[in-house]
Design a protein around this ligand. Structure first.
Ligand SMILES: Cc1cc2nc3c(=O)[nH]c(=O)nc-3n(C[C@H](O)[C@H](O)[C@H](O)COP(=O)(O)OP(=O)(O)OC[C@H]3O[C@@H](n4cnc5c(N)ncnc54)[C@H](O)[C@@H]3O)c2cc1C
Length: 359
C-alpha cells in the first residue's frame, strides 16, 4: 500500500532544513532528501546575521522580524538538539574610506538605522581603523555547519531524511499529488540551492549565481566575542581559528576554492588585521542569488502542490527562519506571499518545456 506523507523536501541546506523545522513544529509529516555533499553554500557559510548592510549603510529588509524569528527558531533547536548554535556578538566595523564614513553619518539620522548602531564601541587593537569605526548591535552568527550536521543526524535517526540525489524524472504525478518510490506526497518543496538549474520545473527562474570563498586562519590575540569587519569579516570558529570571508564572484568555472580567491581575501585582510596569522584551510560554495537579490517562494505556475523555496542569496541564515514560516503559512492557510519574494513576479520567464509523466 502507498504511504501518504504531507511533504517531500528536496535539498537539505539552510532552506530545506528550515522548511523541515517548520513542518515538525506544525505537526506535519515529511521526508527530506539531500545529496549529502561535503561542501555546499550552507556548509561553508559563516552563518552571520547582521541587521544592517554595512556596505550600503542601510537596514536590511524586515530586519526586526527576521532577527526575531531567527532567535526563536534557535531557542527551539537548543531544546531539540541540546546545544546552543546561535552566538550573539556585536560587529566592530571599520570604514574603508572617507566616503563610507560620510554615508554612515547621513544614515545615522534615521531612527531605524540608528537603533542598531554603537557610535563609540570598545576598540580592538587587532583592527586597523584608520578611517574610524562603529559597532553594530543585534548581530552574531549561527554555527551553521555544526547545526546542519546535528539536525541532519536527528532527522536521519527519525527516518525523516534520506541521503541520495533526487532525479526529478523519478517523481510522478498522481492526480494533484506526487509519487516517489511507492510513497505519495501531498506537496513537494524544491530547496536545492544553486542546483535548481538542474531542476526541470524551476530552471526557468532568473538566478544569478554567486560563488563565495572563505579562509580559515589561525591568529592569536583576537577577541573571539566580536566580529571584525572591513572589506572582509572575521568570525570565531574554535580555539584561535577564525573564518575570513567572503568573495563575491559572478563569473566562475567551478565550485572549488582556489588561489585567486585566497589572494583576494588576503589582500582585504591585510587592510583589516594588524596581527600575524596563518592560513589553515580554504573552502567555497555557490550562493543561490537572484536577479533582484530577493528570495523566490511559491507554487509552480502550472503544477499544483509543487513549491519553490530558494534564492536566499547572501543572507540565508538571516532570512530562512522567517521565510520558511511565511511559505508554510501561505501553503497551509492560503495567506498571501509578500510581493518581494513571490514567485509570481517572474511568471513571464516561465517556459513549459518539460512535459510531466503521470501515473
Ligand atoms: C562563502 C559564503 C559565505 C556565506 N556567509 C553567509 C553568512 O555569513 N550569513 C548568511 O546568512 N548567509 C551566508 N551565505 C549564504 C548562505 O550560505 C546561502 O544563502 C544558503 O546557504 C542557501 O541555502 P540553500 O539551502 O538554499 O542552498 P544550499 O546550501 O546549496 O543547499 C542545497 C542542498 O540541496 C542539495 N541538493 C541539491 N540538488 C539536490 C538533488 N537533486 N537531490 C538531493 N539533494 C540536492 C545540495 O547538495 C545541498 O545540500 C554564505 C554563502 C557563501 C558561499
Amino acid at each position: 500500500m502507498n504511504k501518504h506523507v504531507d511533504y517531500l523536501i528536496i535539498g537539505g541546506g539552510i532552506a530545506g532544513l528550515m522548511m523541515a523545522y517548520q513542518l515538525e513544529k506544525n505537526g506535519l509529516s515529511f521526508l527530506l532528501i539531500d545529496e549529502g555533499k561535503n561542501s555546499s553554500s550552507s556548509k561553508v557559510a559563516a552563518g552571520m546575521f547582521n541587521p544592517i548592510s554595512g556596505k550600503r549603510m542601510t537596514v536590511n529588509w524586515r530586519a526586526d522580524e527576521l532577527l526575531e524569528t531567527l532567535h526563536a527558531s534557535f531557542v527551539d533547536f537548543e531544546k531539540l538538539l541540546n546545544k546552543n548554535y546561535l552566538v550573539q556578538a556585536d560587529i566592530l566595523q571599520a570604514f574603508g574610506n572617507v566616503k563610507e564614513s560620510n554615508d554612515f553619518f547621513v544614515q545615522l539620522e534615521k531612527a531605524q538605522f540608528n537603533k542598531y548602531i554603537e557610535i563609540d564601541p570598545a576598540k580592538q587593537d587587532a583592527l586597523n581603523d584608520e578611517f574610524g569605526s562603529f559597532g553594530v548591535k543585534g548581530s552574531g552568527w549561527v554555527k551553521t555547519s555544526e547545526w546542519i550536521a546535528d539536525y541532519q543526524a536527528y532527522l536521519l535517526k527519525n527516518n525523516k531524511l534520506i541521503y541520495r540525489t533526487t532525479n526529478w524524472d523519478e517523481l510522478k504525478r498522481k492526480g494533484e499529488q506526487w509519487l516517489w518510490r511507492e510513497k505519495v506526497f501531498n506537496k513537494v518543496v524544491s530547496c536545492e540551492g544553486f542546483q535548481v538549474n538542474q531542476n526541470p520545473y524551476f530552471d526557468w527562474l532568473p538566478f544569478k549565481l554567486c560563488k563565495g570563498q572563505v579562509l580559515h586562519i589561525l591568529c592569536k590575540g583576537l577577541n573571539p566575542h566580536v566580529i571584525l569587519k572591513k572589506g572582509v569579516y572575521l568570525v570565531h570558529q574554535f580555539e584561535d581559528v577564525y573564518k575570513v570571508g567572503a568573495t563575491y564572484e559572478w563569473d566562475f568555472e567551478d565550485e572549488q576554492a582556489n588561489e585567486t580567491g585566497q589572494e583576494m581575501l588576503l589582500q582585504k585582510l591585510s587592510k583589516l588585521l594588524v596581527l600575524p596569522f596563518e592560513v589553515v584551510h580554504r573552502e567555497a560554495g555557490i550562493r543561490p542569488t537572484t536577479r533582484d537579490r530577493a528570495a523566490i517562494l511559491g507554487e509552480h505556475p502550472h503544477l499544483k502542490n509543487l513549491y519553490c523555496f530558494n534564492g536566499l542569496g547572501t543572507k540565508g541564515m538571516l532570512q530562512a527562519p522567517f521565510l520558511s514560516a511565511h511559505l508554510l503559512a501561505h501553503i497551509e492557510t492560503k495567506s498571501d506571499l509578500l510581493k518581494e519574494v513571490n514567485i509570481q513576479r517572474f511568471k513571464e520567464f516561465y517556459t513549459n518545456s518539460h512535459p510531466l509523466e503521470t501515473v
